[in-house]
Design a protein around this ligand. Structure first.
Ligand SMILES: O=C(O)CCC(=O)C(=O)O
Length: 309
């Protein structure tokens, strides 16, 4: 399997770590370089979005620009319940035996374990079809104003814990200024399972406005203290992705301050599917290593753009 290109990561590191340009400028320059390098792809993706906006669709504009979040019940997002069942089955088949306890994860986090590599997970037809389903691609395309790339599929087990580190702290995902993550609860999820927890993009922006200019420009690498985030934030402004299996949310994790897997008394199993603009600055750490796994098949334009085939 070939290694995915890391042009964005390399250029970002050069600008940020070698030239010491702030995060915000480094990300903007990498995005611009990627756009200039692929003008035809840029135009194709924008024209798909423009066409979608002209057509009737129940899912375009589901994720409002001001909130950056769409929270859904199991019956609201077609395919969500079936995807949750497929993940529960996969988990049971692989890990229900005593001898096959879940591994530490393909990522580094102990509290949030990516159980199966992204490209292996995508070979599960039910999950791939869900990730490429019209409701999800339409919601993401209208949000970005450009047809997105499907950049990761992960099945996360979040374990019982009492830690408060890394993604358990309020943070923004710093790969870019925008990206969408879909979280589908595989098991019924309540407060005790350390649910995904987020503020809206509008509230996040108000909070970031209180930072000094240097911190604002460098926010891509920052976590934020609860004291700073919560002192003037009411509980009504906090959104938690709780609910029955198949419930969840679609959220811009680069614009919405969020955390998860905090204070789990019980385990949580969650499907995460990530969509990014084609010119997203830094390639995702959990992305597909190649597209060799993409099965031959009939895809429509949006799906081909999502798969980059
Ligand atoms: O659900 C969680 O534990 C947090 C996940 C998270 O922070 C992320 O995917 O960016």
């Amino acid at each position: 399997m070939s290694k995915a290109p890391q042009f964005g990561q390399d250029m970002y590191r050069f600008l940020n770590e070698r030239l010491h340009l702030p995060w915000a400028y480094s990300v903007a320059l990498v995005r611009a370089a990627k756009t200039v390098a692929r003008p035809v792809e840029h135009a194709r993706r924008r024209s798909q979005a423009a066409r979608l906006l002209r057509e009737p669709s129940d899912f375009k504009n589901k994720i409002s620009a001001s909130k950056g979040i769409w929270v859904f019940d199991p019956d609201e997002l077609p395919g969500a319940k079936a995807a949750a069942s497929a993940c529960a089955k996969l988990f049971d088949e692989r890990f229900s035996q005593e001898s096959s306890t879940p591994p530490d994860g393909t990522n580094r986090k102990k509290h949030l374990r990516a159980l199966i590599p992204a490209d292996e997970l995508a070979q599960n037809d039910a999950l791939l079809q869900f990730a490429l389903s019209r409701p999800l691609l339409e919601a993401a395309t209208s949000y970005f104003g450009s047809a997105p790339v499907l950049s990761a599929i992960s099945l996360f087990l979040t374990t019982k814990n009492s830690s408060q580190i890394s993604s358990q702290l309020f943070h923004l995902d710093g790969e870019d200024v925008t990206q969408l993550k879909l979280f589908v609860n595989v098991w019924d999820t309540g407060e005790q399972q350390g649910p995904f927890t987020t503020l809206t993009a509008a509230r996040t922006s108000e909070l970031l406005g209180q930072l000094d200019r240097k911190k604002r420009l460098n926010r891509g690498d920052m976590s934020f203290d609860d004291d700073f985030v919560l002192s003037d934030t009411s509980d009504a402004q906090i959104v938690r992705f709780t609910g029955k299996a198949g419930s969840g949310g679609f959220v811009d994790t680069s614009r919405c301050l969020h955390y998860g897997s905090r204070g789990n008394v019980k385990e949580r199993l969650v499907l995460m599917i990530k969509y990014t603009p084609f010119n997203s600055a830094r390639e995702s750490a959990t992305s597909f290593r190649s597209s060799d796994w993409v099965p031959a098949g009939k895809y429509d334009d949006l799906q081909r753009l999502a798969l980059r085939v």
